[in-house]
Design a binder for this molecule. Structure first.
Ligand SMILES: [Zn+2]
Length: 257
């Protein structure tokens, strides 16, 4: 026989469970973790380029060439298919760590494995840059990116020209050194995304990178696939491989609307 105390306890537990359910019997709203509402059916937009032989490789006349090789195969009598891949860590959609342009950071181990996942995941603004110039200080100022914005993906003429679908073209646009320095000095941006293989314009390749990477707070994500994505606010998720000792890494980047 259930004691009176136990019965009261059971009733009050049942009551509190029922009270926590929504009145219309709908499922509870999933929790928001890191700004992302889980299991809400948010639209995923893949902003990563596919690794194909024709993809441009920085500074190379020919494309990436063969990336993936089948070294053992079922057809040839192996008991499984077994592939290897080989490419530069700055291939396709990828991240740069501070070690990319500072040898002292390279020696100190600031590789891609040290990049802050908090910076690589979270609310991000996709903006359209004026199509008639590189990203200078003047252009940066004109974009009027709100203070507090920590992640910005810059879409440029490179996307309109479909440059990631052609052989390497040094006429791509990117940050000039003064544009990079302006961003460092006047904004809270820590994740800088661009739509070609280098965040820096070809003519300012080294100086713009130096401006971005000096503080070791800014992460560059390059060669994003931003075709047919509306400008606006998203959640970005960009995950590099844990390549210890590497100053760059391919990354899978997605936006969630
Ligand atoms: Zn790079």
């Amino acid at each position: 026989m259930i004691s009176r105390t136990l019965l009261v306890l059971l009733c009050s537990t049942l009551h509190s469970i029922l009270a926590s359910l929504p009145p219309d019997g709908a499922y509870p709203v999933p929790p928001i973790i890191g700004g992302l509402r889980l299991s809400s059916g948010g639209k995923i937009i893949d902003i990563t380029h596919r690794y194909v032989e024709e993809m441009p490789a920085y500074g190379a006349e020919e494309g990436m060439g063969q990336v993936v090789r089948l070294v053992a195969s079922l057809k040839n009598g192996s008991n499984a298919n077994w592939s290897e891949f080989k490419m530069s860590v700055h291939s396709g959609t990828h991240l740069d760590s501070p070690a990319h342009f500072y040898d002292e950071y390279f020696d100190a181990g600031f590789d891609v494995d040290t990049l802050d996942l908090e910076v690589l995941n979270g609310p991000a603004l996709l903006v359209d840059v004026p199509r008639d110039s590189n990203i200078t200080a003047k252009v940066m100022k004109s974009l009027q990116i709100p203070k507090g914005t920590r992640r910005v993906l810059f879409r440029t003429l490179n996307t309109d020209r479909h440059l990631m679908f052609k052989e390497f073209d040094s006429s791509f646009v990117g940050f000039m050194a003064d544009g990079a320095q302006w961003l460092v000095d006047n904004t809270d941006i820590k994740l800088v995304g661009v739509d070609y293989l280098s965040a820096a314009a070809f003519v300012n390749g080294r100086s713009a990178h130096l401006a971005f990477l000096k503080s070791r707070e800014i992460i560059l994500v390059e060669a994003l696939k931003l075709d047919n994505v509306e400008a606006g606010l998203y959640n970005v998720h960009c995950l590099p491989l844990r390549l210890v000792g590497a100053e760059g890494s391919p990354a899978r980047c997605i936006l969630i609307k």
